[in-house]
Design a protein. Structure first.
Length: 341
């Protein structure tokens, strides 16, 4: 377990290890899905099922909403992230609403095709080795030095600031506690309920075991009707909506201000996301680690300066950026992470 407060900032690159799309791939998928221009033979470029879904939802205004979707598809590639694209269209709520619904649909489809989806039992991940993913190594750190009777202390001192819409973290932890550690369902739920999970942009919805009575969205669930899809889309927040979420910003700031170490995993360091991580004060003992896979090293010094200023490290030298995948960072830097705490 972690003896001192630690914050993990989770970006899309962390979910890529389980087969979900990264930010660039997600933008491409949404652009292809929502492109309702027609080919020479009259067939749509985009997803006919989504086109029909919008038709069923909006009735006489369907053509206008389908045009809105096509406009979003045409513009989304010009922005660094999907969130920035929706922020651009924040003055046009129909486009934002359609964009959110498309995100939910794509995330659920991606969960269904990921390595964590189990057709026979959606609550339990397939029984196989996940060595080249970050969550097994994260869980290993959590259980280190704990006794079985201390299950409710598993997530003590841990905060996750999760910028992703998917539920891979909760899904993996619940399943592994059940299968590998012998937790009863209620015991696993109680343990995970103590995990401080902060989601600046929300998610596609709670998993069934996270809701009393089992009302939720199964991992990789297929959503076929527009009422449920747009209802779930209300769980997704945009960057524009964060300006009103003072409580959320306070929660993020409090987590970072108490942390001795901040670890960035698969995070893209986009400007709008960085502004949400603003600490209240710098500390001489605060350090940061980050996986920066496929980011040119020429950017590192500038990035270190920015990160140090945002999260309150008193010197850029206390920020370490490593060109490694998320699981590689946890494997190679485990002694440093545990020693820092």
């Amino acid at each position: 377990m972690f003896s001192q407060p630690i914050v993990f900032v989770i970006g899309a690159g962390a979910s890529v290890e389980f087969g979900l799309p990264g930010g660039a791939d997600m933008k491409k998928k949404l652009a292809e899905t929502l492109n309702f221009n027609k080919r020479n033979d009259g067939q749509l470029f985009g997803d006919r099922a989504v086109y029909d879904l919008l038709g069923n939802r909006f009735g006489q205004q369907a053509a206008d909403r389908q045009n809105d979707a096509t406009e979003l598809a045409a513009r989304i590639g010009e922005f660094e992230s999907i969130d920035e694209a929706l922020h651009w269209f924040s003055g046009r709520p129909n486009i934002v609403s359609i964009g959110k619904a498309a995100i939910v649909r794509e995330i659920l489809q991606s969960e269904r095709t990921s390595g964590l989806f189990n057709q026979q039992n959606p609550d339990i991940i397939p029984s196989k080795v996940y060595a080249e993913t970050w969550l097994p190594h994260f869980l290993s750190m959590l259980v280190s030095s704990l006794r079985r009777e201390q299950s409710l202390e598993l997530f003590r001192n841990v905060s996750l600031i999760n910028f992703n819409y998917d539920r891979t973290i909760e899904h993996y932890l619940y399943s592994r506690l059940r299968t590998d550690f012998g937790f009863e369902p209620a015991e696993a739920i109680d343990a995970i309920s103590t995990l401080a999970m902060i989601r600046p942009y929300g998610s596609v919805g709670p998993l069934p075991w996270q809701r009393e009575g089992g009302i939720g969205v199964s991992f990789g669930e297929y959503i076929g009707d527009h009422e449920r899809l747009f209802q779930l889309a209300e769980n997704v927040r945009t960057y524009t909506e964060q300006n009103l979420a003072h409580e959320l910003r306070f929660e993020i700031r409090s987590a970072i201000d108490s942390a001795r170490l901040v670890v960035f995993l698969g995070f893209g360091f986009h400007q709008q996301n960085m502004t949400l991580l603003q600490s209240g004060q710098s500390q001489p003992w605060r350090r940061a680690l980050g996986s920066v896979f496929r980011i040119d090293q020429e950017n590192f010094e500038t990035m270190k300066l920015k990160i140090a200023g945002i999260i309150g490290c008193q010197s850029p030298s206390l920020v370490q950026l490593l060109p490694r995948r998320t699981h590689e960072l946890l494997v190679t830097m485990r002694p440093t992470i545990m020693a820092a705490l």
